[in-house]
Design a binder for this molecule. Structure first.
Ligand code: FEO
Ligand code: CA
Ligand code: CA
Ligand code: CA
Length: 728
């Protein structure tokens, strides 16, 4: 038996959009002047809800004045490669939820040596804590967005570090998974945890006896809802009418709704499927195009489909999308199973008996997360979304129904109203600093049967193959969209573009303008090695607008890099970073930035930074000159005002080989939850030996020679004050 190499961090586990959709620099069009867009104002003050808490929307001028009054209240933390959490002085953290922690009173503590029963993960926290949200809760058990002492924490478990889940790593014989219990444990260690947390004398802790505690895994039944539900290509043996699906997978980032439900998002689901090319001749040309575009290959990550014997419910075999049955419609096999993944899933944390809903109106791609725009009564609701792979796109969904605050607390009834019926758009970032939202609508702009790139049958087909539809519309290929966040003060949207090693010298554009080399330990790292954070202001401040104005808030770089063309935001040793990923606006208006980095690992582990945002257009136009081996390219971009040390500061550095991801706060802003994901995840290095703990890269958080675990921590200020910034 030999262990499978553990899955590398998702910074490497992506696909590349190689569609013929040209880079925008080649299809330059500038229909809007900056002036047209800047004419838009953020309108009169209006009462609104954001994340359920009532906030007053003020005109842009006032909002920006408020942001200017924010003052960072800590001294920067130095870069670090130590195997510990380094946190700003005056702050402390405690661990709330680690891999394998019991969620019920009668479940034994986690042994963390691979001996824990697979089935016990029905009642244990999963692995790789990622996106999460805190829902304040009344004593009566209902949602209350003003309560900070007690709440339901919904935590995604994106993936697993397989080596540490089993006694001696994954068992493989003849290229097949040899132990079904190992595969079951892996399938149960992914998904979502819902846990009740309470503030006790020592700080927040999980209430193991709570009736709300629940796991949602890759085996949990889900309803398919919206325009693509019951489509012929959703038919499986599990659901012959295409109305249901089993489980959620690769739950990366998240979102929430103003009526009090959680959104979990399916990111790199495609890699878990296998499909034999031997049945190519039985598949339509459309199917083959779709498999290729979504990256479904011959051998799934972890090879779950290879377990024999397969059980009656095909819990293993369903990960193989080959045609196995004799039916015409797929009702006797899992040829269509991949179409039931890649969605935004709505979960009602306050209704533990409810069946979660996959919301197909929001499109199918490598969903990072779904972040709500400002919530304003009488206006449509908006969620911003990114597709995290190289050269993929940024999307938004706009509900057809307008927000009615009486829907607060109505769970899936509200979900059906706002999330099953709306418009899906993809972003085009124009060279002049403007942008357009292009609607993915069947029957227009080439999204029709006669298209020779892909023959779209109907709106369900457009949504299931949203990437292909976005190719046709000419969306802008971005440097890997990760998290988004909406500034509560003015509705401007920020989104991280984490990094893109495939950005070519001759394929830069205004919104993805850099190609450079950032050598690490003498080894070249070319393309956009460090990533950037783009932001935009919707026309007239309306989330439903089809036009916007953009600039780049921050270009990530080493502080020592060339300030003319690489370190364009003028980062210093106290705030330089690489590969921005998680993003979160505190209700105070402070912006938190988390990193998932490899490029800068020679100098530092991943980190969390606090930023005081400016606004779109506060910087200047800049021509970037890129070069490689004597060749040159240029791109004119828009750089936000340099933050300086006053507006951007490193707050936390994590242990070795972790990602900092997932972030949420209590409504009072006095407790910040952050995830330390997969410390010591690299288990495919030469020298790693699961039987020799001294070869593990990290032993956090247990210390000694323990196996590392992912963990949610909660950060508080020692004097009980607001986290990160005070109002000056
Ligand atoms: Fe799962 Fe895109 O990070
Ligand atoms: Ca990760
Ligand atoms: Ca990432
Ligand atoms: Ca991420």
């Amino acid at each position: 038996m030999s262990p499978l190499p553990s899955l590398p961090n998702d910074t490497q586990n992506d696909t590349e959009n190689t569609s013929s959709n040209p880079e925008f620099s080649q299809i330059l069009s500038a229909r809007l002047s900056r002036r047209d867009l800047l004419k838009g104002s953020f309108g009169a003050a209006a009462s609104l809800y954001l994340g359920g808490s009532s906030l007053l929307l003020t005109p842009a001028g006032d909002a920006n004045a408020a942001a200017r009054r924010l003052k960072l209240n800590f001294t920067a933390v130095s870069k670090s490669t130590a195997d510990k959490v380094s946190l700003a002085t005056g702050y402390s953290y405690r661990i709330v939820l680690q891999t394998g922690d019991p969620l019920a009173a009668d479940v034994p503590d986690y042994a963390n040596d691979g001996s824990d029963e697979a089935e016990s993960f029905h009642h244990r926290a999963g692995d790789h804590n990622d996106g999460m949200f805190f829902f304040g809760m009344n004593k009566s058990g209902s949602w209350n967005p003003t309560v900070s002492e007690q709440g339901l924490l919904c935590v995604n478990h994106e993936n697993i570090t397989a080596a540490f889940l089993h006694p001696t790593g994954q068992s493989i014989v003849n290229d097949k998974r040899a132990v079904s219990g190992e595969v079951l444990k892996e399938m149960l260690a992914m998904g979502v945890s819902i846990v009740e947390v309470r503030k006790g004398p020592k700080g927040f802790e999980v209430n193991r006896g709570s009736r709300f505690n629940r796991r949602i895994t890759t085996l949990t039944e889900m309803d398919l809802t919206g325009p693509a539900a019951r489509s012929p290509v959703m038919i499986t043996k599990y659901s012959p009418d295409g109305s249901r699906s089993r489980g959620t997978l690769n739950n990366c980032s998240n979102g929430h709704t103003p009526w009090g439900t959680y959104l979990t998002c399916e990111e790199n689901w495609a890699f878990f499927f296998s499909r034999s090319s031997a049945d190519d001749s039985k598949r339509t040309a459309k199917e083959l195009t779709a498999f290729k575009r979504y990256g479904i290959g011959a051998k799934g990550t972890y090879q779950w489909a290879t377990v024999q014997p397969d059980t009656e419910d095909n819990r293993f075999g369903r990960w193989d999308a080959s045609i196995k049955g004799s039916s015409k419609d797929g009702s006797d096999d899992y040829r269509n199973e991949p179409n039931t993944f890649g969605w935004v899933v709505e979960i009602d944390p306050f209704n533990p008996q409810s069946t979660s809903k996959k919301r197909t109106a929001l499109g199918r791609f490598a969903h990072e997360g779904a972040w709500p725009g400002l919530v304003i009564p009488g206006q449509p609701l908006v969620w911003y979304m990114g597709c995290d792979s190289r050269h993929e796109y940024i999307y938004k969904y706009v509900s057809n129904a307008v927000w009615d605050p009486r829907d607060i607390g109505r769970g899936f009834v509200a979900g059906d109203k706002y999330l099953n019926d709306g418009k899906l758009y993809v972003a085009r970032f124009n060279a002049d600093g403007s942008g357009d939202w292009l609607e993915l609508k069947y029957g227009q702009k080439g999204l029709e049967r006669t298209n020779t790139y892909y023959s779209f049958a109907d709106q369900a087909d457009v949504l299931i193959n949203a990437r292909l539809a976005a190719d046709v519309l000419g969306a802008t290929k971005m440097d890997r969209p990760e998290w988004g966040a909406v500034n509560p003060a003015n509705g401007e949207v920020y989104m991280t573009l984490t990094y893109n090693p495939s950005r070519a010298l001759d394929k830069v554009d205004a919104a993805n303008p850099r190609f450079y080399n950032d050598p690490k330990n003498g080894v070249a790292q070319k393309g956009n090695a460090n990533g950037h954070i783009i932001r935009w202001a919707e026309q007239d401040g309306k989330g439903s607008a089809t036009r916007f104005q953009w600039d780049v808030f921050l270009f990530a770089a080493r502080s020592t890099a060339d300030r003319e063309n690489i370190n364009l935001s003028g980062l210093s040793a106290d705030n330089d970073f690489s590969s921005p990923d998680g993003l979160w606006f505190a209700r105070s208006g402070l912006l938190w930035v988390e990193t998932d980095d490899h490029a800068y690992r020679d100098a530092t582990n991943c980190m969390l930074l606090a930023a005081i945002p400016g606004r779109v257009g506060d910087g200047s136009k800049k021509e970037v000159v890129n070069s490689d081996n004597g060749k040159e390219s240029r791109a004119t971009t828009y750089v936000g005002a340099a933050p300086g040390d006053e507006r951007l500061r490193r707050f936390l550095v994590g242990p070795v080989d972790c990602e900092i991801t997932g972030i949420t706060e209590t409504p009072d802003g006095r407790a910040l939850f952050v995830n330390i994901q997969h410390p010591g995840e690299t288990t495919n290095d030469k020298g790693f030996d699961i039987t020799r703990p001294e070869t593990y890269l990290s032993h956090w958080p247990g210390g000694g020679m323990s196996r590392p675990r992912s963990a949610t921590i909660v950060i508080t200020r020692d004097d009980g004050g607001p986290i990160g910034a005070d109002l000056a």
